[in-house]
Design a protein around this ligand. Structure first.
Ligand code: SF4
Length: 141
Protein backbone atom coordinates (compact mmCIF):
# COMPACT_ATOMS: atom_id res chain seq x y z
CA UNK A 1 0.00 0.00 0.00
CA UNK A 2 1.26 3.48 -0.84
CA UNK A 3 2.34 5.86 1.92
CA UNK A 4 -0.10 8.33 0.32
CA UNK A 5 -3.17 6.09 0.59
CA UNK A 6 -4.67 7.97 3.58
CA UNK A 7 -4.91 11.61 2.37
CA UNK A 8 -6.44 12.99 5.58
CA UNK A 9 -3.29 12.08 7.54
CA UNK A 10 -1.46 14.79 5.59
CA UNK A 11 -3.75 17.65 6.54
CA UNK A 12 -1.91 20.31 8.51
CA UNK A 13 -3.81 21.08 11.71
CA UNK A 14 -3.89 24.87 11.91
CA UNK A 15 -6.29 27.80 11.57
CA UNK A 16 -6.92 27.91 7.83
CA UNK A 17 -9.40 30.75 7.15
CA UNK A 18 -10.12 29.49 3.62
CA UNK A 19 -9.10 32.81 2.09
CA UNK A 20 -8.22 31.07 -1.19
CA UNK A 21 -4.85 32.83 -1.60
CA UNK A 22 -3.13 29.47 -2.10
CA UNK A 23 -5.57 28.62 -4.91
CA UNK A 24 -4.55 31.66 -7.00
CA UNK A 25 -1.89 30.99 -9.64
CA UNK A 26 -1.38 27.49 -8.28
CA UNK A 27 1.71 25.51 -9.19
CA UNK A 28 0.76 22.62 -6.94
CA UNK A 29 2.36 19.32 -7.88
CA UNK A 30 0.19 16.21 -8.16
CA UNK A 31 1.05 12.70 -7.01
CA UNK A 32 -0.10 9.65 -9.00
CA UNK A 33 -2.52 8.94 -6.14
CA UNK A 34 -4.00 12.45 -6.54
CA UNK A 35 -4.47 11.95 -10.27
CA UNK A 36 -6.20 8.59 -9.73
CA UNK A 37 -8.43 9.95 -6.95
CA UNK A 38 -9.53 12.94 -9.05
CA UNK A 39 -9.98 10.88 -12.22
CA UNK A 40 -12.26 8.56 -10.22
CA UNK A 41 -14.56 11.57 -9.78
CA UNK A 42 -15.03 11.66 -13.55
CA UNK A 43 -12.47 14.31 -14.54
CA UNK A 44 -10.05 13.67 -17.38
CA UNK A 45 -6.37 14.32 -16.72
CA UNK A 46 -6.25 17.19 -19.22
CA UNK A 47 -9.18 18.83 -17.39
CA UNK A 48 -7.17 19.47 -14.25
CA UNK A 49 -3.45 18.92 -14.86
CA UNK A 50 -0.68 20.49 -16.89
CA UNK A 51 2.69 18.90 -17.59
CA UNK A 52 5.94 20.46 -16.43
CA UNK A 53 8.64 18.00 -17.48
CA UNK A 54 7.85 14.78 -15.61
CA UNK A 55 5.83 16.71 -13.04
CA UNK A 56 2.08 17.26 -13.28
CA UNK A 57 0.67 20.43 -11.73
CA UNK A 58 -2.86 21.61 -11.01
CA UNK A 59 -4.24 23.60 -13.92
CA UNK A 60 -5.25 27.26 -13.60
CA UNK A 61 -8.35 28.72 -15.21
CA UNK A 62 -8.93 32.49 -15.02
CA UNK A 63 -5.82 32.79 -12.85
CA UNK A 64 -6.82 30.32 -10.17
CA UNK A 65 -6.93 26.57 -9.63
CA UNK A 66 -9.45 24.90 -11.94
CA UNK A 67 -11.17 23.47 -8.85
CA UNK A 68 -11.49 26.81 -7.04
CA UNK A 69 -14.93 28.38 -7.27
CA UNK A 70 -14.54 32.17 -6.75
CA UNK A 71 -18.29 32.65 -6.35
CA UNK A 72 -18.31 30.55 -3.18
CA UNK A 73 -14.59 30.96 -2.38
CA UNK A 74 -14.27 27.23 -2.00
CA UNK A 75 -12.63 24.14 -3.44
CA UNK A 76 -15.08 22.09 -5.50
CA UNK A 77 -13.25 18.82 -4.75
CA UNK A 78 -12.30 19.65 -1.17
CA UNK A 79 -12.86 16.11 0.19
CA UNK A 80 -10.70 14.75 -2.61
CA UNK A 81 -8.15 17.55 -2.88
CA UNK A 82 -4.51 16.76 -3.63
CA UNK A 83 -2.02 15.78 -0.94
CA UNK A 84 0.05 18.92 -1.61
CA UNK A 85 -2.98 21.12 -0.85
CA UNK A 86 -3.41 19.24 2.45
CA UNK A 87 0.26 19.68 3.35
CA UNK A 88 0.17 23.41 2.60
CA UNK A 89 1.33 25.82 4.11
CA UNK A 90 4.24 23.43 4.66
CA UNK A 91 6.61 23.64 1.70
CA UNK A 92 10.04 22.28 0.82
CA UNK A 93 12.75 24.17 -1.05
CA UNK A 94 15.01 21.18 -1.67
CA UNK A 95 16.93 21.80 1.56
CA UNK A 96 14.42 22.34 4.32
CA UNK A 97 10.74 22.20 5.13
CA UNK A 98 9.25 25.49 6.30
CA UNK A 99 5.90 27.25 6.71
CA UNK A 100 5.05 29.48 3.75
CA UNK A 101 4.42 33.01 5.03
CA UNK A 102 2.23 33.79 2.01
CA UNK A 103 -0.51 32.07 3.99
CA UNK A 104 -2.03 34.70 6.32
CA UNK A 105 -2.39 32.22 9.20
CA UNK A 106 0.99 30.53 8.75
CA UNK A 107 1.89 31.42 12.36
CA UNK A 108 -0.82 29.07 13.67
CA UNK A 109 1.08 26.00 12.44
CA UNK A 110 2.71 24.49 15.53
CA UNK A 111 6.28 23.28 15.69
CA UNK A 112 4.82 19.86 16.48
CA UNK A 113 2.84 19.82 13.20
CA UNK A 114 5.95 20.83 11.27
CA UNK A 115 7.85 17.96 12.87
CA UNK A 116 5.02 15.47 12.28
CA UNK A 117 4.72 16.23 8.59
CA UNK A 118 8.18 17.47 7.53
CA UNK A 119 9.44 14.05 6.33
CA UNK A 120 6.34 13.69 4.15
CA UNK A 121 6.66 17.16 2.63
CA UNK A 122 10.14 16.30 1.39
CA UNK A 123 8.97 12.90 0.12
CA UNK A 124 5.97 14.53 -1.56
CA UNK A 125 8.23 16.84 -3.55
CA UNK A 126 10.53 13.95 -4.49
CA UNK A 127 7.68 11.62 -5.51
CA UNK A 128 5.84 14.28 -7.50
CA UNK A 129 8.86 14.66 -9.78
CA UNK A 130 7.97 11.31 -11.36
CA UNK A 131 4.17 11.52 -11.50
CA UNK A 132 3.89 11.74 -15.28
CA UNK A 133 6.05 8.64 -15.79
CA UNK A 134 4.24 6.65 -13.08
CA UNK A 135 0.83 7.56 -14.51
CA UNK A 136 1.94 6.54 -17.99
CA UNK A 137 3.24 3.18 -16.71
CA UNK A 138 0.10 2.51 -14.64
CA UNK A 139 -2.08 3.20 -17.66
CA UNK A 140 0.13 0.99 -19.83
CA UNK A 141 0.84 3.84 -22.25
S1 SF4 B 1 -3.62 30.71 2.08
FE1 SF4 B 1 -3.61 29.68 4.12
S2 SF4 B 1 -5.46 30.43 5.19
FE2 SF4 B 1 -5.70 30.91 3.00
S3 SF4 B 1 -6.87 29.12 2.15
FE3 SF4 B 1 -4.67 28.74 1.81
S4 SF4 B 1 -4.02 27.51 3.60
FE4 SF4 B 1 -5.99 28.50 4.16
Amino acid sequence: MSVWSNPSFFEVRFKCIKCGICCVGTEMELLPEDVERIEALGYRLEDFAVADGDTLRLKNVDGHCVFYDPTTASCTIYEHRPIGCRLYPLVYDGREVYVDKTCPTWHTVSRREVERLAPYVAKFVEDSRRTRIVIRLRKGL
